[in-house]
Design a protein around this ligand. Sequence first.
Ligand code: DP6
Length: 388
Amino acid sequence: MDPLNRVTVVAPVNIAVIKYWGKRDEKLILPINDSVSITLDTSIMRAKTTVCSQPDFSENQLWLNGIKTSFTNPRLLNCLEKIKHLAADQQSVDPAVLSWKIHICSENNFPTAAGLASSAAGYACLVIALAKHYKIKTDLSILARIGSGSACRSVFGGFVRWHAGVESDGSDSRATQIADSSHWPEMRALILVVSDNKKHTSSTIGMMNAVKTSDLIKYRAEYCVPKRTDKMCEAILKKDFVKFAELTMKDSNQLHAICLDTYPPCVYMTDVSHKVVEMVHAYNDMCGEIKVAYTFDAGPNACLYLLNADVPRVLTLIKHLFPSSSSDFVTGLGDVEETETEFLKSFPIQPQTEDVIKYVIHTKVGKGPEIETSHLLNEKGYPLNVSE
Ligand code: DP6
């Protein structure tokens, strides 16, 4: 038994195929529509968090990616308070433990600034670690949701649905697993990290403005998403890639249409993002069937979903259209050599200038969060790797 009761958790990134965009309650983070996502493999992209507490800690402390950060984020404070309340109600630990200060150390193994859903993995990690530390029993997706909406889906592996719920206290706004990671083993994701220095409006602010000013968002939440979500779950359960891909692309396009319908508009996709969209449609047309789907969140990076068998050709195409000066352009599961390049000759899009895509993360569906024994905090409760 660890004397500090250190708990370390790794949690995954998830990328939605039916998007969450818009809240009906800002404080409880209750969405206006259901959403569906795929949880990605933690061996490639993950957040890792260690928490511990002890009587002689003088203050709550937080380290994020090796940097000491002030313990003032309202969402973090909210999660901690909620978890301690539950622990008190459930009498899950000695009451003295609840008065001890806590140390939290968290890091991502992918650049936070790349805009790759880091809050989802981060909050999922945090609440799972805290819930275990305080030995509470509860729906972890509800707790993660209070940190960041999309985090509730990172609590499960495989294919996940976040039910918007109708209750005003958020008790039915929770995630459930549609199918586990072994259900569709051929599914792959290629994340195209686009070079971009522009600071984009955060998703929290973007969706708040959309709810206030967009007329389209009401139509989306009321009429489009309910039908689309049911069809998406069916496509996933039947492993119908063509349907899955079509719904994924249409939903991403609708999200970004709503962003433009927001006043003032929120522009996340860049010319490079649109070139990726063009590439995917041209490739699908050339194949005579939908082989690849794109989806975009609150930034210019593309996430392509495709099946294993199509990865070599699609990577060949990406490398041809988006030439790179980097020797490790494809990371994660890595590059796959394609010998047949004949199809490139008649491809209707010209290669772009070098390095407009920084790198590609090749990854797959993952099992979800896991407890780890290698901690980020030492036996005294301080970070192993830290810069002040
Ligand atoms: C575009 O979960 O980051 O990625 O709940 O305000 O923290 P908050 O927002 P966040 O929003 C993510 C939006 C999205 C779509 C999605 O993941 O469904």
